[in-house]
Design a binder for this molecule. Structure first.
Ligand SMILES: Cc1cc2nc3c(=O)[nH]c(=O)nc-3n(C[C@H](O)[C@H](O)[C@H](O)COP(=O)(O)OP(=O)(O)OC[C@H]3O[C@@H](n4cnc5c(N)ncnc54)[C@H](O)[C@@H]3O)c2cc1C
Length: 402
């Protein structure tokens, strides 16, 4: 049976996150949309508060909190750090997704570390802000095509290559870099390495100017003889051709529901504001009357709300599975695909329904429509998620269905 209530133990966390979104994010949302590349300094104090919330609740309020639980054969229901993180992210992104992405110590690199790091690595790198660098000029959707190499030299790995579109790359303290130990061995040789941002071999090339999420910095890097200690490799250094890409891809099972949660938050923001503006224009949504007997705007709104609910439930399900040690690659991709597409469609349709008010800068609706698109692109595009879902459902490998 599906229980649609937020678990009691997470209610305070979701409430606090909503308060932060309302009182901190929303008031500065437009300011940092306009001031691209300037750091939202208001977030420093807030980040400490979020650290405290995570410690206090024993589970994550931000991306740093996710840790995959191992299945212990216990069929009991566990609501853990993945679900609490998703709930926190939904609320914060209802406030502003660009600001959430700029939050110190809550990067997607932090989730990657939390997902696969050993206890020693957690001790060493935990508490630092980590960005995630997978994409390269010749490797976007096809992450198996990455060309960055990591060569063992004594007690160090030497990294060489180029990384583009690294969210929080300029501001983070650590960059989780995907590189190949041996390109001749294909996907199995791809590993992730933790690189300190001030490593002299990691050179900032440029910052991107973007359509949306302008509060968040997006950096391009050159790695030139970048030396990291052997211990910076996350997970096992063994190249296991039987496991293939599984090791590195495992982090996506935890991070895709988080990006889906960002989309759910933005979708809800757009829907709520649209409902208020429609009400001001005399269109009330009536849940007791069939949609087709209502004004066209109300009927369209109800349709969008149904899509929003489906995206939200998919997202909660994928996170809940991670908390309960259940394989969730299929559900993580379904959630990311559904939530990303819903967010883009709903945000644009809200602009349409609200007319001039939706398009102007007096409202945040036009900004949300711009912010939405990235949520359907990074951590795997819409098309790639659909491909993964199809492969899983049909039992096909990546070479059989591409
Ligand atoms: C603002 C921003 C922030 C980002 N942050 C990060 C980050 O922090 N870390 C990081 O590593 N990357 C990041 N990225 C990169 C992002 O993950 C990639 O842009 C994304 O994976 C797509 O890769 P690509 O741009 O090379 O597009 P391509 O892979 O070239 O794809 C182009 C189009 O073709 C489609 N396509 C590709 N292959 C197939 C196929 N087999 N079947 C059907 N359609 C297909 C895609 O869906 C897409 O629509 C970011 C990107 C942006 C714009």
């Amino acid at each position: 049976m599906i229980n649609l209530e937020i678990p009691k133990k997470f209610k305070p966390l979701a409430g606090q996150a909503n308060q932060v979104a309302t009182e901190v994010f929303r008031p500065i949302s437009r300011k940092y949309d306009e001031a691209e590349h300037s750091y939202p300094k208001e977030l420093d104090m807030l980040a400490s508060l979020i650290d405290g919330m995570s410690e206090g609740s024993g589970s994550g309020a931000g991306a740093a909190g996710v840790r995959r639980e191992s299945s212990d054969g216990d069929d009991g229901n566990r609501n853990g750090s993945n679900l609490s993180t998703v709930l926190g992210i939904v609320e914060l992104c209802w406030g502003d997704v660009g600001l959430l992405l700029s939050m110190p110590r809550q990067g997607l690199g932090n989730s990657a570390i939390a997902s696969v790091a050993s206890e020693e690595q957690l001790e060493r790198y935990g508490g630092k802000w980590a960005a995630m660098a997978i994409t390269e000029p010749e490797a976007g959707s096809d992450s198996a095509a990455i060309r960055t190499t990591a060569e063992l030299d004594g007690e160090e790995y030497v990294l060489n290559g180029e990384k583009i579109f690294v969210t929080s790359g300029d501001r983070a303290e650590l960059i989780v870099v995907w590189a190949s130990l041996d390109p001749s061995q294909g996907r199995a040789a791809i590993k992730s390495f933790i690189v300190e941002r001030d490593n002299p071999g990691l050179k900032l090339d440029r910052l991107e100017h973007k359509l949306g999420i302008r509060a968040s910095d997006t950096a391009n890097f050159i790695l030139q003889d970048c030396r990291v200690p052997k211990e910076a490799l996350l997970g096992s250094p063994e190249v296991d051709t039987k496991q293939g890409f599984g090791g590195a891809m495992q982090t996506f099972d935890n991070t895709r529901p988080l990006v889906a949660a960002m989309a759910v938050g933005v979708t809800r923001a757009a829907l709520e504001r649209t409902r208020e503006l429609l009400a001001e224009a005399g269109v009330e949504i009536d849940y007791a009357t069939p949609a087709l007997s209502q004004p066209a705007a109300a009927a369209r709104y109800l349709e969008m709300e149904a899509d929003y609910e489906a995206a939200r439930l998919q997202t909660l399900h994928a996170a809940w599975m991670a908390d309960n040690g259940k394989p969730n690659s299929l559900q993580a991709s379904m959630a990311k695909a559904k939530a990303g597409r819903t967010c883009v469609e709903v945000a644009l349709c809200c602009v349409e329904l609200c007319g001039a008010a939706g398009y102007g800068e007096d409202e945040l609706l036009e900004k949300w429509a711009r912010d939405a698109k990235i949520l359907d692109i990074f951590e795997g595009t819409q098309q790639i998620q659909m491909l993964i879902v199809a492969r899983r459902l049909l039992g096909k490998s990546s070479s059989e269905l591409r």
